[in-house]
Design a protein. Structure first.
Lengths: 281, 107
């Protein structure tokens, strides 16, 4: 094995599978030219190209925007489906307080995560979109898990479906969710690593709408109040349309209180933080 | 010039080089070195991730092409890339004018 082959093997091993072949082929073509220009001196050409691991890490960092978009496109429909199920489909709930709690907590935390991540998406903050997507997928998992459990138990009791059908259905849904959770979780971890590197270099660019949203996000109480008021009004309106005007204020206030609870639960994971004393100074 | 000082302007410079003609990575790096008269001594491996990101952002497009009997990935500027280059060029000019004024270069 030549030094070039060993270098390309190290580079390939440190790259994500999705771009490995393309990058290795391209770098090989470059290094062959470079070695030719250096009269066959492989060491000099490889040194000028840079350490294989550092080059691979740069590709990972530069690919974060795309990964973050994919994570969001996974999390958004999952969370919308979970919230839609909670809001519009009568859940076949078993008499199980723990399952009921998972359903309620998942829906509230998911709603908060969805709102905050939507703002981050507009602001173009890939790292926090990845982090928010992870919270959305976990919250959707709680809601869909509770719903599936309730549905499976009701179906078993009524005998509408055979046990094998129910078990395989639950396994497929659970497997798909686990796949999403692992993918989105990996993107969020890469994002955290990128943010740590950015903070170490004191680089945190934000312009236009992004800067305005950043200003809101460093005041978590403001973001919490805005989302709670919006959710309260929306739920109050839904109650007024589907039931009656009476009771819609109470419904709205209950929803707003639950959103505040969602912020308290999900805030740290979503990267919501107040300004530190050092930043204020 | 230190690589860190160049990194912040790398995107704009890559777009500027590609605005002339489509090129493969090695040729882009050679052109960067030629135009800067050897001042930008970047690790060559830092250019490819930047090209990859520009492609992900839709500012450049790339394809495998056989050049002089060898397979190369050739990059070319998209319409969005050309517009981005115009904005970056204008931003750089006003920044350079401001810095120059502070240093007293106008006198």
């Amino acid at each position: 094995m030549t030094r070039l082959d060993a270098y390309l093997a190290r580079l390939g091993a440190a790259l994500p599978v999705s771009i490995r072949a393309r990058v290795v082929d391209e770098v090989r073509a470059h290094l062959e030219d470079s070695i030719g220009a250096e009269s066959g001196d492989e060491d000099k050409a490889l040194q000028r190209f840079g350490d294989a691991r550092v080059v691979a890490q740069r590709f990972v960092v530069e690919g974060l925007a795309r990964r973050s978009r994919i994570a969001w496109r996974t999390a958004l429909p999952l969370m919308v489906a979970a919230l839609g199920l909670t809001a519009y489909v009568p859940t076949p709930m078993p008499d199980d307080a723990l399952i009921g709690l998972a359903l309620a907590a998942g829906a509230q935390v998911g709603f908060v995560a969805l709102s905050v991540t939507l703002l981050r998406r507009v602001a173009g903050d890939d790292v926090l979109v990845a982090r928010g997507s992870r919270v959305c997928v976990i919250a959707a998992g709680l809601v869909l898990g509770a719903w599936t459990y309730g549905f499976a138990e009701t179906a078993t009791r009524s005998g509408a479906f055979g046990r094998a059908t129910i078990v395989s259905g639950v396994a497929v849904i659970g497997g798909l969710w686990a796949l999403f959770a692992v993918t989105v979780g990996r993107t969020a971890r890469i994002g955290d690593w990128v943010r740590a590197v950015e903070q170490a270099a004191a680089v945190r660019p934000a312009v236009g709408v992004g800067r305005s949203i950043d200003r809101i996000m460093v005041r978590p109480w403001l973001a919490c109040a805005a989302v709670a008021v919006a959710a309260g009004i929306a739920m109050g309106a839904v109650h007024a349309i589907h039931h009656s005007f009476a009771g819609s204020a109470a419904t709205g206030m209950t929803e707003a209180a639950m959103v505040v609870a969602g912020f308290v639960l999900a805030g740290p994971a979503l990267g919501l933080r107040g300004r530190s004393k050092r930043e204020v100074v | 010039m230190k690589p860190a000082a160049v990194q912040g302007h790398l995107d704009g410079m890559l777009l500027a080089i590609l605005s002339g003609a489509p090129m493969h990575g090695y040729a882009i790096i050679e052109e960067l070195r030629r135009r800067s008269r050897g001042s930008f001594d970047l690790p060559e491996g830092s250019v490819y991730p930047a090209l990859y990101r520009l492609e992900e952002d839709g500012l450049v497009t790339s394809a495998w092409v056989v050049v002089e009997g060898r397979r190369r990935r050739v990059y070319s500027l998209t319409r969005r890339g050309r517009a981005a280059l115009g904005r970056q060029r204008e931003g750089w000019r006003s920044f350079a004018r401001a810095v120059d004024a502070v240093y007293g270069g106008a006198r």
